[in-house]
Design a protein around this ligand. Structure first.
Ligand code: MF3
Ligand code: CO
Length: 288
């Protein structure tokens, strides 16, 4: 989600939830979930990952993102789930499809995918009231080496961010791990969009920044659920949102990639809810 929307959400939540002031910014205390929540999130996370497996296998040159969207909607309906993005704040589709220099929130349309594109497929399925949110990059045919490299770096950023999660640590550990790796690889971390708490609601506390921001830091406790969803650019970090109100692109038109998992803080570390049952964590490389 976007940072400004997060603060709107936060404001609404402070009406009836306990709020704490951290670094001068109001942040509601993240909810702590029990065994029932973990069970619910395992189901929602698994179905979300299965949906992404289907979408990745359907991605090919000539396929439209609208066709992928329809596939996602039908998959949700067939499995007793609802796509959280559909009609969310007016968003018209079941998935986001963000191609090449689109950073996030690309809206599926009738334009065919082209050989060499990289596309982020983002879906959040609600199952029995619980939200599983995940995204992956897919290759359209054979992609240029620099595009594949960006996708590999971004997936590594996600996994390094997740590996930094343990009880007693804090949200800054994620941002530090991701920013250090991305910048060592001469890439940049997008600042304008963040990960988020989720569970029975789509966007909750805590906010997960993918870079170090000293004024925002929330301590991890077992039972917190949130997404980690770094957006990494080959060029500069700046983004702008197009006139459709959703599509975010890099200002310098450099390539951008994103991967997202839904995770929980556990007693001993972290649990990932959205691993691919088919092992399709990274793009399918037709040339490999
Ligand atoms: N993973 C993105 C997020 O959590 C997906 C947004 S869907 C949209 O913000 F409807 F908000 F576009
Ligand atoms: Co998300």
């Amino acid at each position: 989600m976007s940072l400004s929307r997060f603060y709107e959400t936060t404001f609404l939540m402070t009406q009836n939830e306990q709020a704490v002031v951290e670094g001068g910014r109001r942040a509601p205390r993240p909810p702590i979930h029990g065994p029932e929540g973990f069970e619910g999130m395992r189901k929602a996370g698994r179905l979300t990952a299965e949906a992404l497996d289907v979408l990745m296998e359907a991605t090919a040159p000539g396929v439209t993102t609208e066709a992928l969207d329809r596939l996602a909607y039908e998959f949700a309906m067939d499995n007793g789930a609802y796509p959280a993005s559909l009609l969310y704040r007016g968003y018209p589709k079941s998935i986001c499809t963000s191609i090449n220099h689109v950073v996030c929130h690309g809206i599926p349309n009738d334009k065919p995918l082209r050989d060499g594109d990289i596309v982020n497929l983002d879906i959040c399925l609600i199952v029995d009231g619980w939200h599983g949110d995940s995204s992956r990059m897919a290759y359209v045919g054979e992609v240029p080496r620099k595009a594949a490299r960006l996708c590999e770096i971004t997936h590594e950023c996600l996994m390094r961010g997740i590996a930094a999660i343990k009880p007693g640590g804090s949200t800054t550990d994620i941002g530090r791990a991701i920013q250090a790796y991305a910048e060592a690889e001469r890439c940049s971390v997008v600042r304008d969009f963040c990960g988020h708490g989720l569970g029975r609601i789509y966007h909750d506390a805590p906010t997960i920044l993918h870079y170090v921001e000293p004024s925002y830091d929330v301590t991890f406790e077992p039972g917190q659920f949130f997404t980690v969803e770094p957006m990494i650019n080959l060029g500069r970090p700046a983004v702008k949102v197009l006139s459709d109100g959703w599509t975010a692109v890099t200002r310098d038109r450099s390539l951008s990639a994103q991967f997202e998992h839904t995770v929980a803080v556990t007693e001993t570390g972290v649990e990932v809810f959205t691993y691919s049952p088919k092992g399709l964590h990274q793009p399918i490389d037709p040339s490999a």
